[in-house]
Design a binder for this molecule. Structure first.
Ligand code: PEP
Length: 253
């Protein structure tokens, strides 16, 4: 059975103090209000990871993610962070291929393939982001475009490795804009992605893959989005910076 997941991508926000306060608030609210069948993931920037992990001790349904990693194992890559380093402090997930990294850091599907491989090799779980621009959607090629992102970066994986991947569909036109995909738009893309996964990995694996929606997801629209048959939760940006909003989203299944 696929997992229900709500993941918070803090992006480049919060000092250490602010991050600790936010994490502690989330922990308290999750303990009291969120059922154990929902997995919560917090993805702060690298600098927060070591302190955040300490605050998650004994909390079974909150895990830690980084927002990126190097595709390389170790060595002369100034400014990069390896998966081995992330693993050594207890990070369990890595967001791979967020549209902001694809755009500002020019990450290609080919590079993302290597990142996915490195993450899986070290036993962490990739949260693989995909999504189209408004121009691509208006051109009518959005299904083909997003399916192709999965084909190019994931379809080299064995069945056993693919089973460990979480997918996040994030239409770029909805990220940080306040414009959310309608539940119909989200559902039709998620269903298309699931069918595409089934062509490669079979129906059973496709049905068991968690596909999250991301893009201006808020407490007031999460219920409708999460009610869609193929939406298994959310990757949350702006609203993950407010503990009350983030936890209310996690309660929206
Ligand atoms: C994101 O960047 O992953 C995201 C979904 O952002 P927001 O929720 O702010 O649109």
């Amino acid at each position: 059975m696929r997992q229900k997941i709500v993941a918070g991508n803090w992006k480049m926000n919060n000092t250490i103090e602010e991050g600790q306060k936010l994490t502690s608030e989330i922990v308290d609210l999750v303990k009291n209000e969120v059922t154990d069948d929902v997995s919560i993931i917090i993805a702060p920037s690298f600098i927060h990871l070591s302190t955040t992990i300490g605050l998650l001790e004994g909390v079974s349904n909150i895990a830690l993610s980084s927002q990126n990693c190097s595709e390389n194992e170790s060595g002369a890559f100034t400014g990069e962070v390896s998966v081995n380093m992330l693993n050594s402090i207890g990070v369990e997930y890595v967001i791979i291929g967020h549209s902001e990294r694809r755009e500002y850091n020019h990450e290609t599907n080919e590079q993302l393939t290597k990142k996915v491989d490195t993450v899986l090799k070290h036993g962490l779980t990739p949260i693989f982001c995909c999504g189209e621009t408004l121009a691509t959607r208006e051109g009518g090629n959005h299904f083909e475009y997003v399916c192709n992102q999965l084909t190019e970066s994931l379809f080299h994986l064995s069945e056993d490795d693919f089973k460990k991947v979480v997918i996040a569909y994030e239409p770029i036109w909805a990220i940080g804009t306040g414009v959310t995909a309608s539940s119909d738009q989200a559902q039709e893309m998620h269903a298309a992605l699931r069918s595409h996964l089934a062509t490669k990995y079979g129906k059973e694996i496709a049905d068991n893959t968690s596909i999250l929606y991301g893009g201006s997801c808020k407490p007031d629209n999460a219920k409708e989005l999460f009610a869609c048959a193929d939406v298994d939760g959310g990757l949350i940006g702006g609203a993950s910076l407010k503990s009350r909003d983030f936890v209310d989203i996690a309660k929206s299944f």
